[in-house]
Design a binder for this molecule. Structure first.
Ligand SMILES: NC(=O)c1ccc[n+]([C@@H]2O[C@H](COP(=O)([O-])OP(=O)(O)OC[C@H]3O[C@@H](n4cnc5c(N)ncnc54)[C@H](OP(=O)(O)O)[C@@H]3O)[C@@H](O)[C@H]2O)c1
Length: 200
């Protein structure tokens, strides 16, 4: 039993993670406008304030971060930056702060996405960002101190999100949020580090 901070804990993935990990841990949640604490992951000062406010935490899970989806031919610099600033740097910000704030032996779990390894039309930004997140975790894992671990969950399209995103993902088998949540459980409760756990 430890304390797990779930950033994005009110979301489609986050709420399933809260339900799964809540069976065995104390879980606290954060979001821009939801959860026990307010945070905007793009803002490093906001992430620092979150960890100060939350008190002692063993594990942090991030299930949040925005991306840009749209055709390459029309893509602007500003649109590409959405994924870099939000989903990539937002999660990196959490890891940078968490490495000093978590209790010994704790863990950081980040979120990528199935398109990282299965490029889809309109997804140049999402493919780039999701691969960077997995690369960051591989690189960071070998340097983390105090027995800390870092891993990534790479979910496919969730059944719960299928209606919203299916036109992007025709032919993909949607996966239940409860199954995706078990991949987060492996990251938090397992022994491995630097890995990406696919929930496809
Ligand atoms: N759903 C899928 O099928 C799927 C599949 C693969 C990967 N993913 C990835 O998984 C992540 C979560 O997806 P989801 O579908 O669960 O999203 P969601 O249902 O929209 O939930 C997002 C959660 O994150 C919080 N949040 C959003 N932006 C934030 C920010 N800048 N700072 C802090 N908290 C923030 C939201 O709360 P507030 O609104 O209160 O901030 C909410 O709790 C995304 O990065 C997505 O790319 C999703």
């Amino acid at each position: 039993m430890g304390t797990v901070l779930v950033i994005g804990g009110s979301g489609t993935i986050g709420s399933a993670v809260v339900q799964e990990l809540g069976k065995r841990h104390r879980v606290i949640t954060a979001g821009r406008a939801s959860g026990d604490h307010r945070v905007a992951i793009e803002d490093i000062a906001s992430v620092q304030a979150l960890f100060e406010e939350a008190g002692r935490v063993d594990h942090v899970v991030v299930a949040a971060g925005a991306l840009h989806v749209g055709p390459l031919a029309a893509m602007t610099h500003e649109q590409f930056r959405i994924g870099l600033d939000s989903k990539l740097m937002g999660q990196v910000n959490v890891a940078l702060v968490a490495q000093h704030a978590l209790n010994d032996g704790g863990s950081v779990t980040l979120t990528s996405g199935v398109d990282a390894h299965n490029p889809l039309r309109g997804c140049a930004n999402t493919v780039a960002v999701n691969n960077c997140i997995e690369g960051f975790a591989r690189g960071a894992a070998v340097e983390l101190q105090r027995g800390l671990r870092i891993n990534v969950v790479n979910p496919s399209l969730l059944e719960e999100s299928a209606e919203k995103f299916e036109p992007l993902f025709y032919g993909f088998e949607p996966v239940a949020a409860s199954r995706v949540a078990r991949a987060y459980s492996r990251c938090v409760e397992g022994a491995e580090s630097g890995k990406t756990f696919r929930a496809w």
